[in-house]
Design a protein around this ligand. Structure first.
Ligand code: C2O
Ligand code: CU
Length: 470
């Protein structure tokens, strides 16, 4: 196994703030249809590699172009499939009409090579979201298909610059190409998933992000890795959290252990940059116990933008559409996760048949929700529209799982049987081995909504179900 640092170049990898800035300006009202064409291409992931890495990319870029609108605007995207296999686009974390959710086999047919599909939806909430395929996502994301969806606030907060920090964990071979031989390795799927060995931030290894002293930046951090839980530490800076999984959160410091991001999770930070011109601030990846520099903020020459940080803290306006679920008459849904390496799963139902774990493995299944492996024909639960529901997610496996519900945001109300108050709204919750987390949400969005582990190999190997809101 090659080291995660293998390709990390501490030299002068440099991308300017301009390349980090959103590539599409916000537009108002009826927007032109954006064409997103996923297709094979290359990306300069590895500095000094003899040739760029062959990837799959939207518009030839990794990450794909930022799709950016204002709250209440209509997003109009045409997917034109330039891949050698079917695909879709799922708009992760945003509460949109079910027919536009992009889930192959649940909300739409997969889009075959050469075909197109038009996505049109209104963005109800401001915040940081992202898009990715929902067909063979364990392969398509690992090859580079993902991008940001940013919905601007009615009154965006006063920051000097709005940057993003899209973290990916690639599995590359010694020559810097994607390790294709490891796709579909059931042994890994039964463990943590297909972990990578090469970290990129915004599609580059160890990029330099140019900043100015005195500047206040908003940094939209996203983990797009298929399996790895990442954690970042900003050295001597003290970032403040202002939003989690797209939804505004009360301003808070990041944990002392760093900013933990499970696959699919987002955190928006506000950072007041301090330091001397020409100095730099490393951003450390700290999840593995051997921290390394994931990126660095380099303070440009010249006088500071202001002599001391702005006094006012930033507090985003709530997206209003969320109401606090009242739990009194909530519909309770139980979700027991089982399986995986060192687990106790003996048998599970797969496509209507009860199979032993050996037979399940023949079908590529190693995980189950409530004794069912893979997407069931019938929903896990049917919830009438407007009703509050709770999902008690019980992790009876030896592995953490990043549980994601489509079309809604939820909040934890109980952890290991103890009540939790004021948990952030999330669309993806990390549930530790042996842990039990009850989340609550108002089922206000009609349709068929997936509930799955966002460790995409776990999803592919059984951890997927769905709810129907009628
Ligand atoms: Cu980000 Cu079901 O996905
Ligand atoms: Cu999982």
């Amino acid at each position: 196994m090659i080291s995660r640092r293998r390709f990390l170049n501490t030299g002068a990898a440099s991308i300017t703030a301009a390349t980090l800035a959103p590539s599409w300006p916000a537009f108002a009202g009826e927007a032109p249809r954006i064409i997103l064409e996923p297709k094979p291409g290359t990306a300069p992931l590895v500095e000094d590699a003899p040739s760029p890495t062959p990837v799959w990319a939207y518009r030839g870029q990794v990450p794909g172009p930022v799709v950016r609108v204002r709250r209440g605007d209509t997003v109009r995207v045409r997917l034109k499939n330039g891949l050698p296999q079917p695909t879709t686009i799922h708009w992760h974390g945003i509460r949109i009409a079910n027919a536009m959710d992009g889930v192959a086999g649940l909300t739409q047919e997969p889009v075959p090579p050469g075909a197109t599909f038009d996505y049109t939806f209104t963005a109800p909430d401001a915040g940081t979201y992202w898009y990715h395929p929902h067909f063979r996502s364990w392969e398509q994301l690992a090859r580079g298909l993902y991008g940001l969806l940013i919905v601007d606030e009615d009154a965006p907060p006063p920051v000097d610059r709005d940057l993003f920090f899209v973290a990916d964990d690639w599995r590359l071979t010694d020559d810097g190409t994607i390790d294709e031989a490891s796709f579909g390795n059931l042994h890994e799927w039964a463990h943590a998933g297909r972990l990578g060995n090469f970290l990129t931030i915004n599609g580059r290894s160890g990029p330099e992000i140019k900043v100015r002293a005195g500047e206040r930046i908003r940094l939209r951090c996203v983990n797009v890795a298929t399996a790895r839980v990442l954690a970042f530490n900003f050295d001597r800076l003290t970032p403040r959290v202002i939003a989690i999984d797209g939804q505004p959160a009360p301003a808070a410091d990041i944990d002392t252990g760093g900013l933990v991001l499970a696959p699919a999770q987002r955190t928006d930070l506000v950072i007041d940059v301090t330091g001397d011109a020409g100095s730099h601030i490393p951003v450390w990846e700290v999840s593995t116990g051997s921290p390394f520099e994931a990126a660095r903020l380099v303070i440009a020459d010249g006088p500071p933008l202001r002599s001391k940080p702005p006094a006012e803290p930033i507090q985003l306006a709530s997206n209003r559409l969320l109401v606090s679920p009242s739990l009194g008459d909530a519909q309770g849904i139980e979700l027991v996760m089982e399986g995986g390496a060192m687990g106790t799963l003996q048998e599970a139902t797969f496509q209507g048949e009860v199979l032993s774990i050996r037979d399940l493995m023949q079908k590529g299944m190693v995980w189950a929700f409530n004794g069912v492996a893979g997407k069931p024909r019938k929903p896990l639960a049917v919830v009438p529209r407007g009703r509050t529901a709770t999902i008690n997610m019980v992790n009876r496996t030896r592995w953490p799982h990043a549980m994601h519900l489509h079309g809604h945001h939820f909040r934890a109300v109980e952890r290991d049987g103890r009540p939790v108050t004021d948990a952030p709204w999330r669309d993806t919750e990390l549930v530790a081995p042996g842990e039990q987390v009850r989340v609550a949400f108002v089922a206000d969005n009609p349709g068929k909504w997936l509930l799955h582990c966002h460790m995409l190999e776990h999803q592919a190997a059984g951890m997927i179900t769905w709810l129907e809101v009628t």
